[in-house]
Design a binder for this molecule. Sequence first.
Ligand SMILES: [Zn+2]
Length: 380
Amino acid sequence: MLPIKPNWADDPYWEQPLAAVDRVTAHGVLLARGALRGVFPRSFTYELVASAHPVVAEQFTYVGRLRLLELGLAIALAGAEDAEVDRLRNAAEYDGVAAELRASLMLVRAGARLERPIGAPGRMLCERLATFPGGERLSLEVKLPDESERDLHLVRVESTLIGELMQRFEWLQPHVSAARATFRFAPEISELLGSDGATDRRNAAIEQAVERVRTAVSEGSPFTTIELGVLGTLAIRPEAALQNLQFDAFGPPMDARRTKRRLTRNLLSKAANQVSETGLPGVVILDLRRDYAAINAVGLLDRWAMQRPSLAAILVVDSTVMATDGRMYGNVDVVPGPRFSEVSTVLAGAFDSCTEGHLHYNPLCTPSSPCPLAWLARVA
Ligand SMILES: [Zn+2]
């Protein structure tokens, strides 16, 4: 059986996501689904499967369907050129083009009319020029950073370790109840996957960790922090609300300055050049969909942005907070550049601000109140 049905753009699984969408009219929904059908017609279904296209996974989940609806709306309202439609059909290019189109929708919802910049051939131009009803203009560039290989490796090691530790620490369960056991991994764990002998080193590290925890628990109160050598630490704390022992794990702290360098060296420098070509204030949207680690560097971008004369703002859009609730979509950080005052009023029209003082972007649903970010644990 195929993981996607040829009629997925019209199947009954839209019912739940559509019920959450209160900011889009019935007509808007029709347009959005029509646009999706146009880009991914029934006849294209086997291509989607054969190329492991991201749409196959997206149509599978509630959140994915909301993202598809947003994309459909962007195509219908902001317009997609033939070349963009072709690139959306290409599995490797889909995420990048979809991010550009969603960013276009953001400006259209704020009242902008969009056009393509025209310039000398061979010049790197920005993606769109926007003109607002009051005559304000800006140039827009969208960047979708990818997690660096090193960060990605760490994520893989962590998930491997968590799986193995969960098994090896099952015995702890009857000894401790109503408690939380938190692994905090050390940077050295990156040596425990991939290279020669990594499996042996990992097994030895886990063995040692189990031994240390057994000793600690047998010698006194289990509610303590235990040094686990290469792995890091395990902290066990009572937590009355829990029925049993619950495990969680945190990776080694990322180096925010290194992340900042990674973002500015190529991606953001290029974007700042692209938006400068038009002479208009430049807005760069940094979409964190594939690079959640980049959020740690946002606080370090202020000075860099202020040194880019054509820059009006970097808008950092983090849609990973969406979880399973459509109303939790999109947290936005604004990093102002020297020309911020020229665009601040028109950009404000794109976002919601909540009682907690955050900026949110949600083109589909009215955000929930009180703000979920106030209680959502954010761990750097
Ligand atoms: Zn909020």
